[in-house]
Write a protein that binds this ligand. Structure first.
Ligand SMILES: [Zn+2]
Length: 149
């Protein structure tokens, strides 16, 4: 049986940055949104009503794990538990959601990032809380590019 990321932990043992942002679906931790059953708008985080048409009939849906880079910036300041500098940005998901995220697997200075490039979501440890628990959240990394030679 193939071992999946974080499969050694039960859901009760995991600590999330925001517990209502995530759900386990088919053994995988997914970032969740709400889909309006009236107009189809998907929003994040999960909401009790649609921010577009105000209907309350919402279905929780897992969000796409890939998107495109909308914009990004280098942050040289930030929370003391974040290694600095780091890259932050907005990712456009196919659902029409713009997600604010830390961007990883790229050095801030290597000029790898390009607006519009494909990005993939990682659900991974982000930082520790005051009790030393590792908090799981989401971040994005550039998709591996198949360079044309
Ligand atoms: Zn709606």
């Amino acid at each position: 049986m193939q071992q999946k990321q974080m499969s050694d932990q039960t859901d009760q043992q995991r600590h999330y940055l925001e517990s209502n942002w995530f759900a386990v679906i088919e053994d995988e931790v997914r970032l969740m949104g709400s889909k309006c059953q009236h107009c189809g708008k998907v929003s994040f985080p999960v909401k009790p009503f649609c921010p577009s048409c105000y209907e309350e009939t919402q279905e929780n849906v897992p969000l796409s794990r890939t998107g495109t880079l909308h914009t990004f910036a280098l942050s040289v300041m930030g929370p003391k538990d974040m290694e600095k500098p780091y890259v932050i940005g907005f990712i456009d998901l196919p659902e029409g959601i713009k997600l604010y995220s830390v961007i990883t697997e790229c050095e801030p200075w290597d000029k790898r990032l390009k607006i519009g490039m494909p990005m993939r979501m990682l659900i991974a440890p982000i930082k520790k809380d005051g009790s030393g628990n590792t908090l799981i959240g989401y971040k994005f990394a550039p998709c591996e590019e198949e360079e044309a030679v």
